[in-house]
Structure formats: structure tokens, C-alpha cells
Design a protein around this ligand. Structure first.
Ligand code: SAM
Length: 450
């Protein structure tokens, strides 16, 4: 049963929520900034914490700024848009520090200030918009309500991607309505159209429209392509992905290119990369350059180095690094990403790089068996961090240097503690903010074998 209370917000949590205390229990709030007094509704009470939503701000924080976006109050995307950017960076710093100290047990590592982003808006090269069955209007096309996987609101204007993305979303909503294309219903798994995914090359301006649907051909395909192209001549490729699985993710089981080459190109420094609908590519192009530049400065690669680039995605780190070292071997689980990694190496005439498809843990086992010498290992795992078996194999391999790029300071701190136990030294950690207005933060570090 919900109840109304007055709370003082004291902090921001890892999940982006505000933190307060009530009768000895922590309260996590959607909305609110440290130093504020708010009226809040407690809507869930668990044994160790409460969940609440802010109803009214009684005393606003001095850190509060007006949010840029009209959807801010409900959108799950930018939870900290009402917090001044330098303050966002301070909270991210604190998060990393907490993880290093509490999870990793580190108190002597040098933690640098967060390297902030130059661009606070329009920084993403990829966005996914969901179609959702709605009672009043039939359906919505947009982003999820904050904290709700079962509610999607109609996005009119989002400031995260290039302005063409907004025009495309609004056009697509009208088109689906006019053509009466059935929208996929996540509750009973009926209907057809599921996601609109857009990629816009920040450096190149190339535009991909990817429509993700349930199984079956796209209705009146030719007329759809013609209308879309005539309205948006900037579009360089249109793809259709079919996914009939119940899990609600915008990745296709089978893909058909409806127009263009099926990929866009994006540039990092002087190197061009092909990106397809279903393969990983860092979403903030400009800040990726900052991330990689910082990582390479810390790594200090040498011409004679032989490098393993683990969790390599479409090969961007390895392809850039291969231009300065002896050899690079990239390892990636997703087959499609490996295929593009090869394509990207070829398109950039990089010949000293090889890619393997598979699990890092399995690859490392076979690599060790072959006893090939390498000087440097790069790991850039997903949020879960290194699989325990992958970490074990890495420690067994014992390279002189490990460059660890992480999108989750908690799993980073956990893995870092294991590396220290195994005889590595960690002098410094540099956080880089890839996603302004969200709680996400990347960290970079180099471990040295002692
Ligand atoms: C954070 S991304 C890093 C991509 C790349 N380093 C970059 O900067 O573009 C993590 C990548 O790890 C891949 N991956 C996840 N689990 C894996 C595993 N067990 N073995 C190999 N690759 C994996 C994902 O498919 C994804 O491409």
C-alpha cells in the first residue's frame, strides 16, 4: 500500500536513483537531488529498502538546473538531466571510488577526475525506439517510462541522437498508423512491428533505418522504401530484421537489406568502420575517441608488441592499435561482429590483425596450449565483467600488461582485486564519461605484472 512521506535526499545511487532514509531503512527515489526536501510516495516496501517516487519538491537543491527535454519527467533515458554537468561528474567519480574501495578493497590506487564529454546532447550514433500496444491510442512508438519495462511513451523530440532521428520516429509512427500495421503485443506475443532502430554516423552523416518485426515479410515493402527514401533522402541504408523470440530485444534472428549496403560507416580518428544493424559499436563516437586516446596513452604501445584484443566487438580498438604494434588478435563472441571486424581490417588495409569468433574463456585456453607469446592483453567486457574462467585463463597466461576498459566499475573492481592477488600492480584508474545525464561511467586502467 502506498503512503506519502517527507524525505531529505542525501545521495545518488549506482542505479541513478536518489537516496533518502526513513525509519532506519534506505529509500530509493525516482527523481530528486541531494540536499532536496521532497514529498514522496512510497510504492514498494521491501525488508531492507523502500522504493518511492517524488510527488513534489518542497526545497529544491542548488545543483538543480532546468531539464532540456520535455519528456524528462517520465523518460527512463536521461535520469540526471536536471543536475548540472560538473555535479554529474562528481557523482560518477564517487561511484567509482566507492566500488574501488568497497568491492575491490583498494585505498592506494590513484583515481583521476572523470574525463567529461565535450558534447552533452546529440552524442549518440544509435537509438532504439519501441512499439508498444496502448489502450487509448492503439500504440505508442518511443522510449520506456522511467523504471517501467511495460510502458512506452510517444517520443516527439529526444536530444540524444541527431535531429533526423526525431523526424524519423514521428514519420514512422504516422506510417504504421496509416498502413494499419499491427503492433507487437509483449503480453500475448501477437502482432508484427516491434522496434525502430536508427544509426546515424556522427562523422559521416550516414543513416541506417532498421525495422525489427515478428516473423514475416514487411507489408508493401516497395512502397514503404519509396516513401521513406523520398521523405528522407539522407538515408543510406534500410534493413529489416525479423525476431519472433519472446525476449524483447531489438536484435534480429534473420536480416534482409531493403535498400543500400546494409551498413553505415563511421570514423574514429582517421579510420573508417562499417557498422551493421546487429553488431556492437560504441554509441558515442566523439567520446569513444577520447576513451581510446586515453587508453592508448596509458598503454604506451611499442612497435614490437603482440596484442590480444579480447571482447573486440567489430574490432575498432585492435584495428586502430594494429597501426602501431607488431600483431593483434581480436576475439569476439558475435559472429556478425567478427565478419565486420574482418571487413573493417580489409577496408583499412590492416594486414597484421586476425580475428577469432568464440568465448574468451575457450579462446584463452587454446591460446595458452599453443604457447604463443604476447606482451599485452586488452579486455573490454560487457557489464558483467570477466567470466571467472576467462579471468583464470588470463591470470594463467600472465601477460606483462593488461589494459582493462570497463563499463561497470563494480565488476571492474571485483576483477581488479583478483588480478592484484595474482601479482599485478594497478597504479591508476581513469574514468571517462561516455553517457552524460545517465549514471553510466567507463573506467580505464593498465595492470602491470610484478
Ligand atoms: C563492451 S563491448 C566492447 C567492444 C569493443 N571492444 C569496442 O570498443 O567497440 C563487449 C563485446 O564483448 C562481446 N562478448 C560478450 N561476451 C563475450 C564472450 N564471452 N566472449 C567473447 N566476446 C564476448 C560482445 O558481443 C561485445 O561485442
Amino acid at each position: 500500500m502506498s503512503k506519502l512521506v517527507e524525505l531529505e535526499i542525501t545521495d545518488l545511487a549506482f542505479n541513478g536513483k536518489a537516496v533518502a532514509h526513513l525509519e532506519g531503512k534506505v529509500v530509493f527515489l525516482n527523481g530528486g537531488l541531494p540536499g532536496e526536501i521532497v514529498e514522496a510516495e512510497i510504492y514498494r516496501s521491501k525488508p531492507r529498502y523502500n522504493d518511492a517516487r517524488v510527488i513534489k519538491i518542497i526545497k529544491p537543491s542548488e545543483l538543480r538546473i532546468p531539464a532540456h527535454c520535455s519528456h524528462f519527467d517520465i523518460c527512463g533515458g536521461c535520469t540526471w538531466q536536471d543536475l548540472a554537468y560538473p555535479e554529474q561528474l562528481k557523482f560518477k567519480y564517487k561511484q567509482v571510488k566507492n566500488c574501488l574501495e568497497r568491492i575491490g578493497g583498494f585505498d592506494d590506487v590513484v583515481l583521476h577526475d572523470v574525463i567529461g564529454a565535450a558534447e552533452l546532447f546529440h552524442y549518440r550514433n544509435k537509438m532504439e525506439f519501441s512499439f508498444h500496444v496502448a489502450e487509448e491510442t492503439g500504440f505508442t512508438l518511443g522510449l520506456h517510462h522511467r523504471g517501467r519495462f511495460d510502458m512506452v511513451f510517444d517520443v516527439e523530440e529526444c536530444f540524444l541522437q541527431a535531429p533526423i532521428a526525431n523526424r524519423l520516429v514521428n514519420w514512422m509512427r504516422d506510417y504504421v498508423r496509416q498502413e494499419q500495421i499491427p503492433v507487437y503485443d509483449v503480453k500475448n506475443h501477437t502482432g508484427y512491428i516491434r522496434f525502430l532502430m536508427l544509426r546515424v554516423g556522427k562523422r559521416t552523416g550516414q543513416v541506417m533505418v532498421n525495422v525489427v518485426t515478428n516473423y514475416g515479410e514487411f507489408p508493401n515493402r516497395r512502397s514503404f522504401i519509396k516513401s521513406l527514401k523520398s521523405e528522407f533522402p539522407e538515408i543510406t541504408t534500410i534493413v529489416h530484421n525479423q525476431n519472433g523470440q519472446k525476449s524483447n530485444i531489438a536484435v534480429g534472428e534473420s536480416e534482409q537489406v531493403l535498400y543500400g549496403l546494409g551498413y553505415i560507416e563511421e570514423k574514429l580518428f582517421h579510420t573508417s568502420f562499417r557498422i551493421r544493424a546487429n553488431s556492437f559499436f560504441q554509441t558515442n563516437t566523439l567520446q569513444t575517441e577520447t576513451l581510446y586516446r586515453t587508453a592508448f596513452e596509458m598503454l604506451d604501445p611499442q612497435a614490437g608488441d603482440d596484442v590480444l584484443d579480447l571482447y573486440c566487438g567489430t574490432g575498432s580498438i585492435g584495428i586502430l592499435l594494429a597501426q602501431y604494434v607488431n600483431t593483434v588478435v581480436g576475439v569476439e563472441l558475435v559472429e556478425d561482429a567478427v565478419a565486420i571486424a574482418w571487413e573493417n581490417a580489409k577496408a583499412n588495409a590492416i594486414e597484421n590483425i586476425t580475428f577469432y569468433q568464440g568465448h574468451v574463456k575457450d579462446f584463452l585456453k587454446s591460446w595458452e596450449a599453443e604457447n604463443k607469446v604476447i606482451n599485452t592483453v586488452i579486455v573490454d567486457p560487457p557489464r558483467a565483467g570477466l567470466h571467472p574462467k576467462a579471468l583464470k585463463e588470463l591470470i594463467r597466461l600472465h601477460p606483462p600488461k593488461i589494459l582493462y576498459i570497463s563499463c561497470n566499475p563494480a565488476t571492474f573492481a571485483r576483477d581488479a582485486a583478483r588480478l592484484i592477488e595474482a601479482g599485478y600492480r594497478l597504479p591508476e584508474v581513469k574514468p571517462v564519461d561516455m553517457f552524460p545525464h545517465t549514471m553510466h561511467i567507463e573506467v580505464i586502467s593498465v595492470f602491470y605484472a610484478t
